[in-house]
Design a binder for this molecule. Sequence first.
Ligand code: SPD
Length: 285
Amino acid sequence: MFNNPSWFTEANTSWGTGFSLQIKAKICEEQSPYQKVAIYETTHFGYLMTIDDIIMLSTCDNFLYHEMMSHPVLFTHPNPKNVVIIGGGDCGTLKEVLKHPVDSVVQIDIDEKVTQLAEKYFPELCSSNNDPRATLLFQDGIRWMQEAKTGSIDIIIVDSTDPIGPAEGLFNQAFYEQCYRVLREDGLLVQQSESPLIHQQLLKDMRHAMKKADFTDLLTITFPQPVYPSGWWSATIAGKKQLPLFRKDEATFNQLATKYYQFAIHEAALTPIPMLKDVLGLNNK
Ligand code: SPD
């Protein structure tokens, strides 16, 4: 299967695993100043976007990740009005956030190429890009955060690539300290935190760095994501104060037209997973 041109394979040599998609065609490959972005048409998963040969999203299953990166944190904050997305250039998270009655969403992705290709091959994710509440910036998210006004944002969503290349600086204490400063008192940060099965050390380090940056309360939630390594992914929510209970009444009725997120999924995500408690020493509530 490896090196077969009709399959795209992302191999994980550390774990002796790989995930393959059969492809009809490689549509394009473009080298931006930051990374190599490619689009494939697959036989069954729709379009596939890769960055530096790592799978970012497919038409078929991206809803799982984008819904879980947005709705749990938006329903946890008591009254989210101003949201920032760092990364997220394919606009899938932006589209989900805009389903909420927020006043503004600023998305800062370093690479305009990602959004250009998403507009072409994932138009369903970009359908809200012209919403007057949305601002799309193409610049360095770390720098943007350093220059942002103190106490001005309710929710920061870090929808990044893996912690290598341009995204490396989004996974450390210095970045989290800036996020802490920019958030209002009841502000929340959520970051994609890789696989709870095969990236446990990264999860531990990330949570440790968030705590060192003074975030008081952390919650790691997990969800299926077939195209990512191990098929199981996570997001970590960090609160400046103790995380409030999520707004159950609003989450109960699925007015958001989601395909995965619902009240019961959110509630189940709050239940500590024994493996994560034991292996990572997590303290989910
Ligand atoms: N292993 C790849 C993880 C990438 C996570 N972010 C993808 C961006 C989707 N909006």
